[in-house]
Design a protein around this ligand. Structure first.
Ligand SMILES: *Cc1c(COP(=O)(O)O)cnc(C)c1O
Length: 432
């Protein structure tokens, strides 16, 4: 079994160890929730302060031109493009993931309905992040279409038929960390005559993504998770070049117009991806997002996303090894795929009976010890298939091997000493 000393050696030999210096992490905290809210980069405070004091405070409205505010959604978009296999000018930062999904799914459905009006089904997974399903359900209702949800990945293949308009998947599952084969599923859906939308919320900055290599049609993603953009950071949207110049999206706001400052009463879509911008972007949040994206790009000179992925796999493999060898007898079970190729940058654990209702309290007890992950409730009707889980994200930019060892040590203590039984760990907050 890997020892604490082994972990210290792994950290010393880690070619990415210097990247941690980019962050201001609170002392005594092992932060395993970067999949939910990324950490604060050192650069962010100064940059946002500069935008507020100088660009806004002193230069006022001139900054739209002089500080390049108007170009920021595209400039940051080009940076994110480098992380997800997109070309410059193909990806734009705007709005939230939910809104971008609404735009992208509307665009994909319009293309599909024009080409093949008899295709009336959107397919996704029941285990997809709920907002994606809610948005798809709303669009299906508006357009008289049907949202079909599969329970298992293996059931997707049977839905790739002449009824299918759009296959809408999240590459890495938010609960289990299951990672789809983007290239194979995209090719299979295309062979069936359908379009594919990928949600990269748990992929961008976490795993190498090759949107153009996979020939995907649309993608959306999140700025505040692995991209470290800060709470509520703007999200992004990408459209394949073959659709970009002609596709329509429903939120035709003025900054997605070809010439917004002509103030014409009729709408003319801007060229390419810019038409996916709706209204005025949240500048302060964009400034913070750029600092976050830069922390991931800082790995480019050290091997980029491939090197981050290699370390992420090593961290998650170590966590699984230690959690299983030290906590299985205490009622802990792996709830993420064992195969590293089917796993994103997170690992989930579930709890056996009689502990399985204690997940929330176990996580609270861990957080009190400085190990921050999160808890996701299971499906009360199907706890065998969708159990309560403890979710741990491993961000190779700032998590080391000794952190993984120490996190498991804390988990052992919480379970052995039954610390989770304390009343203060058994009251639930509004956000879990
Ligand atoms: C985190 C996440 C979102 C977040 O959507 P918001 O609009 O930013 O709240 C959407 N989809 C998936 C798959 C996510 O994991």
């Amino acid at each position: 079994m890997t020892t604490r000393q082994d972990c210290d050696v792994l950290d010393q030999e880690d070619p990415l160890r210097e990247l941690k210096q980019q962050f201001d992490l609170p002392a005594g905290t092992i932060y395993l929730d970067g999949n939910s809210l990324g950490v604060l980069p050192r650069e962010t405070l100064g940059r946002v302060q500069q935008v507020i004091q100088k660009e806004w405070g002193q230069d006022l409205i001139k900054s739209w031109n002089t500080a390049g505010w108007i170009d920021l959604p595209g400039r940051i978009g080009d940076k994110i493009a480098r992380l997800v296999g997109a070309a410059p000018g193909e990806l734009i930062v705007a709005d939230s993931t939910s809104l971008n999904l609404y735009k992208a799914l509307s665009a994909a459905l319009r293309i599909s309905l024009e080409q093949a009006p008899e295709r009336k089904v959107i397919v996704s997974e029941r285990s997809n992040f709920p907002t994606d399903l809610y948005i798809a359900e709303s669009l299906a209702q508006q357009l008289g279409l049907r949202l079909h949800l599969v329970d298992n990945v293996a059931d997707i293949a049977a839905t790739l038929n002449t009824d299918l308009a759009v296959l809408m998947l999240t590459e890495v599952n938010y609960r289990t960390g299951y990672k789809h084969d983007m290239k194979a599923l995209t090719a299979a859906a295309h062979a069936a005559g359908a379009l594919v939308i990928w949600d990269l919320a748990h992929s961008a900055g976490a795993v190498p993504v090759d949107l153009n290599g996979a020939k995907a049609d649309f993608a959306v993603g999140c700025g505040y998770k692995y991209l470290n953009g800060g709470p509520g950071a703007p999200a992004f949207v990408w459209v394949h070049a073959k659709h970009a110049q002609r596709c329509w999206q429903p939120l035709s706001g003025w900054l997605g117009h070809a010439a917004p400052f002509q103030f014409t009463p009729d709408y003319q879509a801007a060229a390419g991806i810019k038409r996916f911008i709706c209204g005025t972007p949240a500048l302060l949040s964009l400034a913070a997002l750029e600092c976050g994206v830069d922390t991931v790009l800082a790995a480019e000179s050290l091997g980029g996303m491939q090197a981050l992925r290699k370390k992420s796999i090593a961290l998650t493999e170590l966590f699984i090894e230690l959690a299983e060898s030290r906590c299985a007898a205490l009622g802990i079970r792996l709830a993420s795929p064992r195969d590293e190729n089917q796993r994103g940058s997170q690992v989930c654990l579930s709890l056996d009976a009689p502990l399985h209702e204690a997940g929330y309290a176990v996580m609270q007890a861990l957080i009190a010890r400085g190990v921050i992950g999160d808890f996701r409730a299971g499906d009360p009707a199907r706890l065998d298939e969708v159990p309560h889980i403890l979710r741990f994200g491993f961000t190779p930019l700032y998590i080391g091997f000794a952190d993984v060892y120490d996190a498991v040590e804390h988990l052992v203590q919480v379970l052995k000493n039954e610390e989770w039984k304390r009343p203060e760990f058994n009251t639930q907050g509004a956000v879990t």
